[in-house]
Design a protein around this ligand. Sequence first.
Ligand code: ADP
Ligand code: AMP
Length: 214
Amino acid sequence: MNLVFLGPPGAGKGTQARRLSEELGYIHLSTGDILRNAVKRGTPLGKKAKEYMDRGELVPDNLIVALIEEVMPEEGGVIFDGFPRTVPQAEALDRMLERRGKKVDLALLFDLPDDTVVERLSGRRTCPECGAVYHVKFNPPQKNEVCDRCGSKLIQREDDREDVVRERLRVYRDQTSPLVDYYRGKGILITLDASKPIAEVYSQVKRVIDAKRD
Ligand code: ADP
Ligand code: AMP
């Protein structure tokens, strides 16, 4: 199955996608992770994307669609995390999958109030080396500010600062939330209560996937 994880920044999409890919073998494609990696390595894509990301704006559709074309696997179920973020991106994804005889099977909307988004993002800490994600209160590492997996020092993402978070929420509302109707119109939208603890959200996701499989 191919799944789209939709929802505001900080809703827990990456957290759930990582666990699903580890436990159920899904291929996890996070455009945010790929872009951050490109910025870090100083690739041409990274150089073009950086200014948009720093401001909390979306990277232009043509760059994102070209990026997905490049990394889209031929085989295996994919979780698209943070992509698509605009209607043109969603249309491009449908075309790309159709060419491979596939489709988006489910779009899961991680629903969360704005004030919780700010709390989630302001406490988020990420590992710059392996990409693991923690939260100072809700999912702390065993050793303060150190990654459990690889021992690197954790950082706070530049775009998790409050002024950029407000902009990212505005961008979500304006440009990404129309995708809710896009997928609802196709009859594949399922809304999750993403304000629940991590393990409970995981159970919700698993239930939805299992129900679709049967
Ligand atoms: P997204 O990928 O949607 O931007 P993340 O998965 O990075 O969101 O989660 C944002 C922050 O919230 C992280 O610090 C993460 O540890 C924390 N988090 C994720 N899911 C939950 C949850 N259900 N309850 C509390 N905190 C959570
Ligand atoms: P994320 O890690 O999903 O929160 O994404 C971080 C930033 O990367 C966003 O604020 C955007 O600037 C950029 N980005 C990630 N995915 C996309 C996308 N599908 N379309 C446009 N920009 C994106």
